[in-house]
Design a protein around this ligand. Structure first.
Ligand code: NAD
Length: 456
């Protein structure tokens, strides 16, 4: 078996041969990727169930269909994205061909996380293939069944010359990062030992895309349809048992809204997951005992009051959908991204105070505002910053391939989905093709320099 560096070198040689450049080659690979998912849907769903007890419905929506939709969108559009983009010209360049040419970067590395182990590897892969790159794909070892399946399927469907899966955990990933890539696309956050991809990439001056996380607020303010708000909030929060980078991390609202929201949330959660959520097949499990312990520890350190849920079972890696009130800004639940089925509710006195609280924290990946009042929505939109923004719903904005998906500041660098993924894996080469015309006009810039030449 090739070592990691042999894999990268092999792909580099293949890339130099130009095989990934023709549109038809890219189209074939994208179509094969589509077949891979369609032919193996059952195995994919089983693997996701093994890793996270992912309900079939959620897995189809957020892992299978989202990738299929991205593929349809890319296959329909990437030939247009590849076309030269002609730009406006000046008088001195009016006879020239001035355009931007999208070129593949070369050999790129995609490192994926465990929470949506298929989607978060394959969506960037679609952009990387459409842009004409060779790709090293590193699935998360934490979602072991999906990791194994991806490593088995990719070589069966995609060109083995151009795309390689490398498996392993933190140590293998750190070693992999020692190699030179032309872009590193990293989704996750579990590098807190100074071995982050950015430091590794800086040695080779490799550009890095970082799809990170953070604490996504859900600010409920002013007039609001409480029943609908409770359903949309609960769905976005407890989908995948809260293990979504764009899940609402905490709720901000007035005391009166909290009092109205709580019974609505209780009713919704019972409707969604029954009186006995542990027996409900529609609720995922926490990915590993380590992550379960982290969440229970976080809940244990909170001085808030659990008003819904709170039950757990270590063996089953189960945590009930849990709502916590009386949570202060310095509470344990407010210090890190929760990434699990625990929803703290904080109260604020006014719209301004809520905005101030949001702005005291790092810029989140997503920000949600629930309100019937457009002035509230617009004020929050204008006075805050986040990777994405959605009013009166959660998560759903990221399913639209025409919107860029990514963070800002501490929630990430760069974006993808649809054309944005293609762009992230392309170099925009500035091209000016000139002839020999207008040489007298050009003469104005040659020595001997005279003041009057400047004022022409
Ligand atoms: P993870 O533990 O699966 O790690 C992600 C990847 O990094 C894995 O492939 C893993 O092997 C590798 N890795 C682990 N330790 C490493 C190290 N020291 N150096 C280099 N690579 C290493 O996933 P995670 O980090 O727990 O993912 C959860 C986090 O990711 C959350 O914070 C979440 O918000 C974020 N996330 C962001 C997005 C997004 O699109 N922005 C999507 C999903 C998850």
């Amino acid at each position: 078996m090739d070592t990691q560096s042999q894999v990268v070198e092999r792909l580099r040689t293949v890339f130099s041969s130009g095989i990934t450049i023709p549109e038809q080659f890219r189209r074939t690979q994208l179509t094969k990727l589509m077949s891979m998912i369609k032919d193996n849907e059952e195995e994919i769903l089983n693997a996701l169930h093994k890793d996270l007890a992912k309900p079939k419905f959620e897995a189809i929506l957020s892992e299978v269909d989202i990738v299929i939709n991205e593929l349809h969108y890319a296959i329909a559009n990437f030939a247009n994205w590849m076309k030269a983009e002609y730009v406006s010209k000046t008088l001195a360049t009016r006879l020239d061909d001035c355009f931007i040419r999208r070129e593949p970067l070369g050999v790129v590395l995609i490192i994926g996380p465990w929470n949506y182990p298929l989607q978060l590897l394959l969506l960037p892969l679609v952009g990387a293939i459409a842009a004409g790159n060779c790709v090293v794909i590193k699935p998360s070892e934490v979602s072991a069944a999906t990791d194994r399946l991806i490593a088995e399927l990719i070589p069966k469907y995609l060109s083995q010359d151009c795309y390689a899966v490398v498996r392993g955990g933190a140590e293998e990933t750190k070693a992999l990062l020692q190699n030179r890539f032309d872009r590193i696309f990293y989704t996750g956050k579990s590098f807190q030992d100074g071995s982050d991809p950015v430091t590794a990439a800086s040695v080779h001056l490799t550009p890095v895309t970082l799809e990170l996380g953070g604490k996504c607020p859900c600010f409920i303010y002013g007039r609001v349809n409480i029943a609908a708000a409770a359903r949309r909030l609960a769905w976005a929060k407890f989908f995948n048992a809260g293990q979504s980078c764009v899940a609402p991390d905490y709720v901000l609202c007035s005391p009166a809204t909290r009092d109205a929201l709580l019974p609505a949330l209780r009713e919704t959660l019972e409707e969604f997951y029954s009186k006995e959520p542990q027996t409900c097949p529609d609720l995922s499990r926490i990915v590993s005992p380590r992550h379960w312990t982290r969440l229970m520890d976080l809940l244990g350190r909170s001085s808030g009051k659990v008003v819904v849920g709170g039950e757990s079972n270590q063996e089953d890696k189960y945590i009930a959908p849990t709502v916590v009130v009386d949570v202060a800004e310095d509470d344990a639940l407010m210090q890190e991204e929760i990434f699990g089925p625990i929803l703290p509710i904080l109260t604020v006195e006014s719209l301004e105070k809520g905005i101030e609280l949001i702005n005291r924290k790092e810029k989140p990946l997503a920000l949600y505002v629930f309100s019937d009042e457009s002035s509230v929505v617009n004020t929050v939109l204008e006075k805050t910053s986040s990777g994405g923004f959605c009013s009166n719903d959660g998560i759903i904005y990221m399913t639209l391939p025409s919107l860029p998906f990514g963070g800002v500041g501490a929630s990430g660098w760069g974006s993808y989905h649809g054309r944005w993924g293609f762009e992230e894996f392309s170099h925009r080469r500035a091209c000016m093709l000139r002839g020999w015309a207008l040489e007298r006009l050009n003469g104005l810039r040659y020595p001997p320099y005279r003041e009057d030449k400047l004022s022409w």
